[in-house]
Design a protein around this ligand. Sequence first.
Ligand SMILES: [Zn+2]
Ligand SMILES: [Zn+2]
Length: 230
Amino acid sequence: MKLSYDLHLHSCLSPCGDAEMTPNNIVNMAALLGLDLIAVSDHNSALNLPAVFKAVSSVDLLVVPAIEACSSEEVHLLCLFETLDGALECSSIFRKALPPIRNKPEFFGEQQILNANDEWIGSEELLLINALSLNIKQVQDAVQSCGGMVIPAHVNKKAYSLLAVLGSIPEEYRFSCIEVNPPDNSLPFAGHRISDSDAHTLEQMQEPSHFIELPERSTKALLDTLCGRI
Ligand SMILES: [Zn+2]
Ligand SMILES: [Zn+2]
């Protein structure tokens, strides 16, 4: 089946994410736009995903557990997980690898953790946009140990991307998929490529514009396809 997707969205947990990017607003906007599957991928943390998963139960949408990690090389990596528990486990690993620098909300923005009713239940105190002390390989190992896969994010972006930092997509990492925003078929890469909105506001969320062929609408089918297992 052909499904529309947007696997890179930021909630209000990301300091750069708009306060309106609450779990309910994101899933309701995605459903309104007609998307089939989405991922909320906050910087280095999955702490808003429990609320997103509760919020999505009322709409016809598949949510894939995700985190956008920032490796020690300052490369952004979209991490997709088979389960919410796997994403939360990896989120704990990443938190221990964050530098001990507190967020300054007035400067960087709030890092709000909400419940399924979009009510504030806490704030992440460590600044989430910093680079982890884990390099790309160590992020891959951590994500794989939690049942997930790593996709280099926005490889064609001028900052925080594999091409901007390393100048190439090194074979040694064996990436099976890259994210290219906006789509650019001139980039040489033999594996899968996806394109997402990387929306930080509700207005930046897009109508269905990117599609993927899957045997069924499930997280397992998505990961199996993007990993090249099927
Ligand atoms: Zn990014
Ligand atoms: Zn992002």
